[in-house]
Design a protein around this ligand. Structure first.
Ligand SMILES: [Zn+2]
Length: 482
C-alpha cells in the first residue's frame, strides 16, 4: 500500500513536470526595472538544463546548470529585453526592463577619513590581537596591515580618526592602530638604547633575542634571493656592541644590525633558499624572533598541512546564478584535497570540516595549535563578465610566500583555465601569518557561466583538488633540491 502510494505520487509529479512550462527566472531580478550607468549589460537567466533559450531574439547557450546569458548594448533610457525559453513544446517568456542612464560617477579609490591631530600625545599599550596598518584607508579586506604586535607594546598616539589612532613609531614613521586593541598607558617615550643580543639554536628554530628597556613597537618583513627576515625596532638606538652566537645554527646565516635615524633594523639573513616561517614576540622586555628551521623531511608523509575552506555556516560567500554556494564548493574541494593528502601520509589540519563559519582569528588559531608546516586556503571568486571564463588566481601577502602561490597557480593553469593572475601583497587575513608558508587559491569565478558549470561538476572539483595538491608537491620537490 505504502509502495503504491509512493509510486502514484512520483507518477503525478512526473505528469506535472511534463505539463508545466519550463522554469525561467532572471538573475538579480528584484521585480523592478534595473537602472544602470554602463551601456554594456549582462543579462543572465536560469531555466532547466536541456531547455533552449533566447535573449533579445538571439539564441543563448544553456549550460548544464541551467544558466544562460547574453551581452546587451543598451540604448539610452528604457530597454525592454524579451527572454524566452523552450523545452519540447512548452515555453516560458519574461521581459526584463533595464533603464540606462549614463552618469559620471565620481570614482573613490579608497574610503579615507581625515585624521584629527591630538593636542597632546596619548600614550598607549597594546592588548591581545593588536596590529598596525599603513593607512586609515579601508577596502573590502580592511586597511593594509603591516603586521601584528605582541601585548604591552608601547605606542605614542598623535592623531585619531574613526576607530583608529595614528601612532608615531619614530621621527619619520607613522602607522594606525585600531582603538579596540589598545588601552591608555603611562610611559616615557624617549628613544631607548638596545641591549645585548644573542643567537641560539633552540631545536626547531633559531632564536634571535635583543634586550630592550621597554616594549617598543616593531614591524617585520621578508625579502627573497637571498632570504632575509628584517625586523625594525622603532625609537631605538643601537647600543648592542656584540652579538653572541651560542651554538650551531639551523637556518640563520648571520644577523646584521643597521641604524637608520631612530630605527634599528635587524637583518636576519637565512642560509636556506626558502623561508619556513618566523614569529616575533616579547619575553619580558626581550624581543624574541624565532626563525623556523627547514622541516627535517619535505615528504608529505612527514608534514602537517593546514587547509581552509572559505566561508561556511551563515556566511555563504558568493552565490552563482543557478544557486551554487561558494561555501559548499570551497568545502568540497578542501575535503577532496584532505583525502588526497592523507592518502599520501600527510597530517591534515582543517579549519572546518562541515557547514560552520569560524572567524578568521579562530581559523588561524586552529592552524597554529595544529602546528602546520604549510597552509592553503581555497575560495572562489565572483564579478566581471559572466559570459566568458574569468580564470583562476593565487594569492600571497609576504614575498617569501610567492614561490608557494606561484607553484599552486601554475599547477592550476595546467587544467587549461583562463589566467586571472598571481597576486602579491594581498591583504587576506589568512595570508597574514608569518609562522608558516601560506597561500590562497581563488579557484574560478562563481559568476562566470562556463566556470559555474565546471564548479557544479563533482568530477571537475576532484580534478581541481588534484591540481592544488600537485602544486604543493611541486613546491616541496623544488624546495628539496635547494
Ligand atoms: Zn570567498
Amino acid at each position: 500500500m505504502k509502495q503504491l502510494f509512493v509510486t502514484s505520487i512520483l507518477g503525478l509529479a512526473a505528469l506535472a513536470a511534463a505539463a508545466a512550462n519550463p522554469p525561467l527566472r532572471i538573475y538579480g531580478d528584484s521585480g523592478k526595472p534595473d537602472t544602470v550607468s554602463r551601456q554594456t549589460y549582462y543579462l543572465v537567466g536560469i531555466t532547466s538544463p536541456g531547455a533552449e533559450a533566447w535573449i533579445d531574439g538571439k539564441e543563448a547557450h544553456v549550460y548544464k546548470t541551467g544558466s544562460f546569458g547574453a551581452e546587451i548594448t543598451l540604448k539610452e533610457g528604457k530597454n525592454v529585453i524579451p527572454v524566452k525559453v523552450k523545452q519540447g513544446k512548452k515555453k516560458s517568456e519574461v521581459k526584463r526592463t533595464v533603464v540606462y542612464s549614463p552618469v559620471t560617477v565620481k570614482k573613490t579609490v579608497a574610503i579615507t577619513e581625515n585624521t584629527r591631530e591630538l593636542a597632546q600625545p596619548v600614550y598607549l599599550a597594546t592588548d591581545s590581537g593588536a596590529y598596525l596598518q599603513y593607512g586609515n584607508g579601508g577596502d573590502r579586506l580592511g586597511g593594509s596591515k603591516i603586521g601584528f604586535l605582541d601585548q604591552g607594546v608601547e605606542l605614542k598616539a598623535v592623531g585619531e580618526t574613526k576607530g583608529l589612532y595614528k601612532v608615531q613609531l619614530s621621527d619619520n614613521y607613522f602607522a594606525y592602530v585600531p582603538k579596540e586593541y589598545v588601552h591608555k598607558a603611562d610611559f616615557n617615550p624617549v628613544v631607548v638604547n638596545s641591549g645585548s643580543a644573542s643567537l641560539a639554536n633552540i631545536g626547531k628554530a633559531d632564536r634571535v633575542s635583543i634586550s630592550l628597556p621597554r616594549r617598543v613597537a616593531y614591524t617585520s618583513m621578508t625579502m627573497i634571493d637571498p632570504q632575509v627576515v628584517k625586523v625594525s625596532l622603532y625609537g631605538v638606538t643601537n647600543n648592542t656592541n656584540w652579538l653572541t652566537q651560542r651554538n650551531e645554527l639551523g637556518i640563520v646565516e648571520f644577523v646584521d644590525l643597521q641604524q637608520e635615524s631612530d630605527v634599528l633594523h635587524l637583518y636576519i639573513r637565512l642560509n636556506d633558499s626558502h623561508n619556513w616561517g618566523y614569529s616575533v614576540h616579547y619575553q619580558g622586555n626581550m624581543l624574541v624572533i624565532d626563525v623556523r628551521h627547514r622541516p627535517k623531511s619535505l615528504d608529505l608523509a612527514d608534514l602537517t598541512i593546514g587547509l581552509d575552506a572559505g566561508h561556511g555556516g551563515e556566511f555563504p560567500g558568493a552565490r552563482s546564478p543557478s544557486g551554487l554556494l561558494e561555501k559548499d564548493v570551497n568545502l568540497d574541494i578542501i575535503l577532496k584535497m584532505a583525502d588526497m593528502l592523507r592518502a599520501k601520509g600527510a597530517k591534515v589540519v582543517l579549519t572546518r570540516e562541515g557547514d560552520t563559519g569560524p572567524s578568521m582569528t579562530e581559523r588561524k588559531r586552529i592552524w597554529r595549535d595544529g602546528g602546520v608546516d604549510i597552509a592553503i586556503s581555497v575560495h572562489n571568486n565572483s564579478s566581471g563578465n559572466p559570459l566568458v571564463p574569468m580564470g583562476t588566481s593565487s594569492y600571497y601577502k609576504h614575498i617569501c610566500n610567492r614561490g608557494l602561490a606561484k607553484s599552486l597557480h601554475e599547477s592550476m593553469l595546467t587544467l587549461g583555465l583562463a589566467n586571472f593572475g598571481l597576486v602579491g601583497n594581498f591583504n587576506f587575513s589568512l595570508n597574514g601569518p608569518t609562522e608558516y608558508p601560506n597561500a590562497l587559491v581563488e579557484v574560478l569565478f562563481m559568476s562566470s557561466l562556463p566556470e559555474e558549470e565546471m564548479l557544479a561538476d563533482p568530477e571537475y572539483r576532484t580534478k581541481i583538488a588534484g591540481r592544488i595538491v600537485a602544486g604543493l608537491e611541486n613546491y616541496l620537490r623544488e624546495a628539496a633540491k635547494k
